[in-house]
Design a protein around this ligand. Structure first.
Ligand code: SF4
Length: 385
């Protein structure tokens, strides 16, 4: 998306006076027309307290607030909870809220800030990262950036990718993962990198993108962007997540597997992660208000699971995962798939083995790294265990 189109998709830009001199604020004011910019001393829309209404949530996507983040930047991957199998992974959130609009988006379950917030102090996050180096520089630390904000959809404006890619050049054992549903890669393709940057896409059949992933890049553009990254030596990955049931789901996902495997080979990526639709029960009301009942997500039959989320019934999840795994394996047994955010039972019944035993995934599940990191955190009080 061109910068002008991106800028015009927002109603307003609010900048905290404290952030006035930040590179982010200086960059944004070059792109936004003056009438869309307000300098503030407190967060805008502060009269709205507590949970956002559906209307306020919609409005929050259209109004940017630039301010420093005052807490600790690094968190553990939300999948790393008892009862769930997931990768050991650290999350850097440099913003909160997304400018795209997927019907199932989990941000609907917890965002109660009335703006799309961009943190102006990325340098503090990089200092936190630097503080890990004495104990972890030679360990395979993984940092992802797409949890509470899409990693790249706003990057043409923020250019945070530049600072991050530059920082990771000095840490060859560490890797940085951008996770996106956009096709916004041109702004960093020319950056010199250390070969340790993974650009990953959540993908779905075009049918699902059109119905449920509003404002995201279409499938072809995401795959084109991945090809560009690959050509520049960036590592790439795909997440087929969330798989969404619909009457023709088998054909849709077969087509997706076809499109992906025609353009990429198993050697282009260490794994493909797979997940099925899931969301917190408390966001159902918000989703129905925002997307009505014609959505495949709001009308889905979902059941509570042990971690409190609503999911498809386990036998359907197993059928969908097995179908997808087989579709890839029929093309080449070299494809590696892993189920993120899934219970060990579903792992075993869908793939026949637990994640630690899946070829090529050992580094993703290296609990020694987390233990070491936790002990580093108790002494520095910088890292949330
Ligand atoms: S791209 Fe991700 S963060 Fe953005 S709306 Fe969709 S699910 Fe939410």
């Amino acid at each position: 998306m061109a910068i002008n189109t991106l800028v015009s998709s927002f109603d307003h830009l609010y900048i905290d006076e404290i952030s006035r001199q930040s590179p982010l604020a200086q960059r944004l004011i070059k792109h936004f027309p003056q009438e869309k910019i307000t300098w503030v001393n407190e967060a805008p829309f502060s009269s709205s307290k507590g949970a956002l209404t559906a209307k306020e949530f919609d409005r929050s996507k259209k109004n940017i607030f630039v301010t420093p983040f005052k807490g600790q930047f690094f968190k553990r991957c939300p999948g790393a909870r008892p009862g769930l199998s997931c990768c050991n992974y650290f999350v850097l959130n440099w913003g909160l809220q997304c400018n795209m609009n997927c019907s199932y988006c989990y941000l609907q379950s917890f965002i109660n800030t009335p703006t799309l917030t961009l943190y102006s102090n990325l340098e503090d996050a990089l200092k936190e990262l630097e503080s890990f180096a004495p104990s972890l520089k030679d360990q395979p630390l993984r940092v992802g950036t797409g949890e509470t904000v899409d990693s790249l959809s706003l990057d043409p404006l923020t250019l945070y990718s530049h600072d991050l890619i530059h920082f990771f050049k000095d840490y060859p054992h560490w890797s940085l993962e951008f996770k996106t549903k956009s096709a916004a890669v041109d702004q960093f393709l020319q950056q010199e990198h250390g070969g340790n940057v993974v650009v990953s896409w959540s993908i779905n059949p075009q049918y699902i993108i059109e119905r449920e992933e509003h404002g995201t890049a279409n499938l072809k553009d995401r795959l084109n962007a991945a090809e560009k990254c690959k050509a520049r030596g960036f590592r790439i990955a795909f997440h087929i997540d969330p798989m969404i049931w619909h009457p023709d789901w088998k054909n849709s996902y077969l087509e997706l597997v076809h499109d992906l495997t025609e353009r990429f080979s198993p050697h282009d990526m260490p794994y493909i992660s797979v997940g099925a639709l899931r969301f917190q029960p408390e966001q159902r009301h918000m989703m129905r208000e925002r997307f009505g009942m014609n959505s495949l997500v709001t009308s889905a039959e979902m059941f509570p699971s042990n971690d409190g989320k609503l999911r498809y019934e386990q036998s359907l999840r197993k059928e969908m995962f097995s179908f997808l795994v087989n579709a890839f394996k029929n093309r080449s047994t070299a494809w590696n798939l892993f189920l993120c955010m899934e219970t060990p039972e579903t792992w075993i019944s869908s793939t026949g083995q637990l994640p630690q035993k899946t070829e090529g995934l050992t580094d993703l599940f290296d609990s020694r790294l987390i233990r070491k990191h936790q002990s580093a955190s108790s002494s520095s009080a910088k890292v949330q265990p």
